[in-house]
Design a protein around this ligand. Structure first.
Ligand code: NI
Length: 231
């Protein structure tokens, strides 16, 4: 399921993130990438430990926390700490690839790295679309290729199994925050059914209030989630 989630960040938060990124210490995005990725990857990435990265990570995680549609679509079990990247100038594309199945969070002196299975991929756009040309996130979907370029603060969520690329940025810079989710429900098909059931129930309740039927169907939702979720 490919889903556009508007307004993960408020306009004020977008401005704050953009200001932080304007002076941030960008580095080569190929450092730390796997052998296959290095052949097609040409962008810049922010050190995940720098002040700007920490501050924006907090903004994005807070944005996810208050977004019930995100929760319903992703059913998150673990969120890989959001990262930041930039495309532009000589480092302006990321060719076709599928993300690694398992990512390792950075370990600390007191904890070992944690594994996150990348069931769901997310990108929060941080640049205003009119400030750059190109840079579409192209995702191969069952219905063909989707070219995604969203307003700043909006997010796209798509299955981690998808082949995708970021097209060359030919003017300006494209800033984005990206991360992965290990979902309680591993199957994209099952997640989509749960999401559709949940959203339709929400609509029914808004139109007609609660009824025996919505109570019954909410029970079905939870019983399916109980059957499929791995917590
Ligand atoms: Ni990728």
């Amino acid at each position: 399921m490919l889903l556009h989630l508007p307004d993960i960040l408020t306009p004020d938060e977008v401005r704050e993130a953009q200001a932080l990124l304007a002076t941030a210490p960008w580095g080569d995005g190929r450092v730390g990438a796997g052998e296959l990725a290095r052949q097609v990857k040409n962008n810049e990435q922010l050190d995940h430990d720098c002040d700007a990265a920490r501050a924006i990570r907090t903004l994005v995680l807070r944005g996810l926390d208050r977004n019930t549609t995100f929760f319903s679509a992703a059913l998150p079990k673990k969120v890989f700490p959001p990262r930041l990247n930039r495309y532009g100038g000589d480092s302006n594309y990321y060719g076709n690839h599928i993300d690694g199945a398992v990512r390792y969070t950075p370990g600390t002196t007191t904890s070992i790295a944690e594994r996150v299975r990348t069931d769901v991929s997310c990108t929060v756009f941080l640049s205003n679309p009119e400030d750059y040309d190109g840079g579409e996130l192209c995702i191969a979907d069952t219905f063909g290729e989707q070219a995604i370029k969203l307003p700043a603060g909006h997010m796209v969520l798509y299955p981690g199994t998808s082949l995708h690329q970021v097209k060359p940025v030919t003017r300006g810079h494209r800033l984005a925050c990206f991360f992965w989710i290990e979902s309680m429900v591993r199957s994209d098909e099952q997640r989509r059914l749960l999401y559709e059931l949940d959203m339709n129930l929400l609509g029914l309740r808004q139109q007609h209030g609660d009824s025996d039927e919505t109570v019954g169907l909410t029970g079905v939702y939870h019983n399916l989630l109980r059957m499929w979720a791995d917590t």
